[in-house]
Design a protein around this ligand. Structure first.
Ligand SMILES: C[S@@+](CC[C@H](N)C(=O)[O-])C[C@H]1O[C@@H](n2cnc3c(N)ncnc32)[C@H](O)[C@@H]1O
Length: 213
């Protein structure tokens, strides 16, 4: 059976099931909508939260902070854990730090203001879960492969490797631009990797979820 088509009325129904957001998340959603900041939606945020909770993950790595919206969902799922997150846009990194502090995570969120690929090459910490939210931004499949390997090397068995935009608005079927090629490469790499068992969940633009064996 095909994935059900999400009509407007079905979307309204789903919107009615997603938990109400508190003041911080509601403000961030409103700002992202107004300013065109590309963040996950609350359905995907709730999915990230639940996945982190099920995995019992405490140490989270994120590539692509933006203003910290997904980071707050991830941190809430850790129940006392920490987030290390990369954002190379200085103004977004500043806003993310302020939002983490407002959400009560000032001491538990480390926003690293640099290119994630460069940062990961020298990062020595280990993690229980990793959320990649910048597949769209890499210049090549080779960089996509390297960054994915760097994330994987830092995850222990039982860890989660997740990536947003796994469907790339459907372009992964016949990729004709570099971003779509990166995402298609990532999906193929993860689905065939001997250390991973994975699935793509067709929520929003697609969330790839893989567990380290
Ligand atoms: C899709 S947004 C992240 C959204 C965020 N995860 C959320 O849902 O709230 C991707 C972010 O990654 C940042 N970015 C892109 N390439 C990067 C890189 N190579 N290193 C660090 N940050 C990068 C962009 O500036 C952008 O803010």
């Amino acid at each position: 059976m095909r994935t059900v088509e999400v009509t407007d009325s079905l979307q309204d129904y789903l919107d009615g099931l997603v938990p109400k957001r508190d003041g911080v998340l509601a403000r961030m959603e409103e700002e992202a909508h107004r300013e065109g900041i590309p963040i996950v939606d609350p359905h995907e945020g709730q999915l990230l939260y639940v996945l982190v909770k099920i995995a019992g993950a405490k140490r989270i790595l994120e590539l692509g902070t933006a203003t910290g919206y997904s980071g707050i969902w991830l941190l809430r799922g850790t129940e006392g854990g920490t987030l290390t997150t990369y954002e190379m846009d200085a103004e977004r990194a500043r806003r993310a730090r302020a939002s983490f502090a407002e959400a009560g995570f000032g001491q538990r969120a480390l926003v690293l203001e640099e290119n994630a690929r460069d940062g990961l090459e020298k990062l020595e910490a280990r993690f229980d879960a990793c959320f990649i939210d910048l597949l769209n931004s890499f210049r090549s499949e080779e960089i996509t492969r390297r960054v994915t390997e760097l994330c994987l090397e830092r995850l222990d068995p039982g860890g989660l490797l997740m990536a947003d935009n796994a469907l790339r608005q459907g372009e992964v079927v016949a990729p004709n631009n570099q971003q779509a090629k990166n995402v298609a490469f990532y999906n193929d790499f993860v689905s065939k990797h001997p250390r991973l068992e994975s699935v793509v969940i067709p929520i929003r633009d697609g969330l790839s979820v893989a567990r380290v064996k």
